[in-house]
Design a protein around this ligand. Structure first.
Ligand SMILES: NC(=O)C1=CN([C@@H]2O[C@H](COP(=O)(O)OP(=O)(O)OC[C@H]3O[C@@H](n4cnc5c(N)ncnc54)[C@H](OP(=O)(O)O)[C@@H]3O)[C@@H](O)[C@H]2O)C=CC1
Ligand SMILES: CC(=O)N[C@@H](CCC(=O)OP(=O)(O)O)C(=O)O
Length: 350
């Protein structure tokens, strides 16, 4: 049994993590932690996240240096579902105590230290932890994730964008002289639980935001190994995210090359489903799946690839659990994807 704590359990991502880990038979959730000055201080987890009433009815604990000194080294793993700067300050202190860290913030995703003040608004104080941190795109780096002490779980838009881009980039099918253009659309839970005028019910309307300035642009470029233009949009629904990516193909690349690249990448990856038509957010919301579809125009040498995920699951908590599973040598989909139901299974009951 692996002993874990979730820091940030009052938030949306922390709640999804608690739900997934509570159903994982090899995990014992030891502590659900919130910030020192949290307005949720003194409450139970299920007071905030009522769907877990009767299932995860435990008190939330507040983070403090004393909590860290007392309980830190008793854990096998800790999940940070906290603001970026908090993770950046605390993650390596857990690593030093021999605790595996799964950071769901952007505190360790970027390799260039100069990008932290530009995109995250703080100077990183732990350069060697940044350099050691392993990017946690589970389908693409399973061996490295398995060995890492600190996993930087990807952002939600980067997860969908990279699942769409990487099969083509790794097979060298993309014309590197052309920009890759990504249009991303996210539901409002992407902005977190705290009230904010821009994300309040009456204000939300489909619109672009943070164009040419979003922190996920350098993250996607770094992991794709290519320059990208990233256009995020906020949409009036709660959960789910879609990234539609336009890529120029090298001369002579055809639809069968593209199909082969996607099949090779994902045929043994149950979380990524290659569809026969454009993906829909409703088909992935509340699931760990990523649905992908593409079309190729051989005359214009262009591919358009679309990937839909649940921003809180494959875009955060479920991907963190994939990384956690890999780091203990288990299948990445353990307790995320049920066994496939087949006619022979059904037949065996009769
Ligand atoms: N929402 C999404 O779709 C995704 C979010 N992420 C990332 O995951 C992280 C959590 O996001 P989300 O759940 O949406 O955000 P929320 O705002 O819903 O939750 C943030 C959590 O962090 C806690 N927190 C805030 N400050 C501190 C602190 N100083 N010390 C300890 N805990 C603190 C909050 O506790 P309290 O307020 O009670 O003190 C709360 O539990 C963020 O880094 C976000 O960028 C990643 C991928 C997708
Ligand atoms: C709709 C919305 O506001 N979405 C968030 C992205 C959430 C995410 O993936 O998170 P990280 O903060 O971990 O990078 C945003 O654009 O900032």
């Amino acid at each position: 049994m692996k002993k874990v704590a979730i820091i940030g359990a009052s938030g949306y991502v922390g709640a999804e993590l608690a739900g997934l880990l509570a159903q994982h038979s090899k995990v014992s959730i030891e502590h659900l932690v919130i910030s020192e000055n949290s307005t949720s201080n003194g409450k139970n987890f299920a007071d905030l996240h009522a769907r877990w009433q009767g299932v995860i009815d435990v008190p939330l604990l507040t983070f403090s240096t004393q909590w860290f000194e007392t309980f830190g080294s008793q854990l096998d793993a800790v999940f940070f579902a906290t603001p970026h700067e908090f993770s950046a300050q605390w993650a390596s202190k857990f690593v030093e105590k021999g605790v595996k860290v799964f950071d769901l913030s952007g505190g360790f995703r970027l390799k260039s230290l100069d990008d932290y003040p530009t995109y995250y608004g703080f100077d990183h104080q732990y350069p060697s932890a940044v350099s050691d941190a392993q990017y946690g795109l589970a389908e693409w780096h399973p061996e490295a994730i398995a060995k890492a002490k600190l996993v930087a779980v990807p952002g939600c838009y980067p997860t969908a964008s990279l699942l769409a881009i990487k099969p083509l980039m790794t097979n060298q099918l993309v014309d590197e002289n052309q920009l890759i253009v990504i249009n991303g659309i996210s539901g409002v839970s992407g902005a977190g639980r705290n009230a904010n005028l821009a994300t309040s019910f009456n204000e939300v309307s489909l619109k672009p935001y943070n164009i040419l300035a979003h922190r996920h642009q350098p993250e996607i470029s770094q992991e794709a190994g290519a320059q990208v233009i990233f256009n995020p949009h906020l949409a009036p629904f709660k959960r789910g995210l879609l990234a539609t990516v336009t890529l120029s193909l090298k001369n002579g690349v055809n639809k069968s090359d593209v199909t082969q690249a996607f099949e090779n990448a994902y045929q043994d990856q149950p979380i990524v489903r290659i569809k026969q038509s454009w993906p829909q957010i409703d088909h992935v919301a509340h699931t760990p799946f990523a649905d992908v579809y593409f079309e190729v125009d051989e005359e214009k040498q262009v591919a358009v690839v679309s990937c839909a995920i649940d921003n809180l699951l494959k875009g955060a908590a479920a991907q963190a659990v994939q990384c956690f599973n890999l780091s203990y040598g288990w299948s990445s989909t353990e307790y995320l994807v049920p066994n496939t139901v087949s006619l022979s299974n059904i037949g065996s009951l009769s």
